[in-house]
Design a protein around this ligand. Structure first.
Ligand SMILES: [Zn+2]
Length: 226
């Protein structure tokens, strides 16, 4: 994985490998109501269900600032569950040096998860791909409108080949979806990497975590109704 350049206000790493293993040993900040590891409220901490999965293709999550503290966001859970995932917070990625260097790297081919009409399936990517280039994936974490603006903030990002996971009903029942097949970030990361690396069993901890998250929210909703 490429080293990121100095962190700027537009590209703040909230989770990074390989620091996460050290992070897990740190005690939580007693002054904060939020877990420093999974970014969730302490009473909703899911760290005990997070199991870091090794994988080959690095995943870069571009996260809109509104999503950082969103109680129903799942990007931090996804990043914490993967050995080569990183969150970069920002709205405008035009001047993100790490991203521009990555997109210009001739040894790397990035694919953007963006399921529009031109998007390729992972099978099509696999067929058409030269063996020489290292595959990286980029995922945008934000509402549809915010993600669209993030995408358009960087012409090289906009020009990337796009991929779709195909028709796949999200199981995420706790957050309003813009369209029926919308997946949570955690589900999208799971389907993307388990399909690409063709080994769903290895990625099972991500779906276990997702199940736990849903269980927690349903319990919470029922508790409120009681
Ligand atoms: Zn936690």
């Amino acid at each position: 994985m490429k080293k990121s350049k100095a962190v700027t206000s537009e590209s703040v790493m909230t989770q990074s490998r390989p620091d996460f293993s050290d992070n897990m040993k740190q005690p939580n900040d007693k002054e904060s109501r939020y877990c420093t590891r999974c970014a969730r409220a302490l009473k909703a901490c899911l760290c005990e269900y997070i199991q870091q999965v090794p994988h080959l293709a690095p995943l870069h999550i571009l996260q809109h600032p509104n999503e950082v503290a969103h109680p129903k966001g799942t990007a931090a859970l996804l990043a914490a569950s993967l050995s080569h995932a990183r969150i970069h917070v920002g709205e405008n990625f035009a001047d993100a040096d790490w991203l521009n260097a990555l997109l210009a790297d001739p040894k790397v081919q990035c694919y953007l998860l963006w399921p529009d009409d031109e998007a390729l399936t992972l099978a099509q990517v696999r067929e058409g791909r030269g063996q020489a280039r290292e595959v990286h994936f980029i995922l945008l974490d934000g509402t549809w409108r915010k993600a669209y603006r993030m995408l358009h903030s960087n012409p090289a990002l906009l020009g990337l080949p796009r991929i779709t996971l195909g028709a796949m009903a999200g199981q995420y029942s706790i957050r309003k979806k813009p369209f029926p097949e919308a997946l949570s970030t955690l589900e999208a990361g799971y389907h993307l990497l388990s399909q690409w690396e063709a080994e769903p069993e290895r990625f099972a901890p991500l779906m276990n975590l997702f199940t736990e998250l849903n269980r927690q929210w349903h319990d919470f909703a029922q508790g409120r109704r009681a």
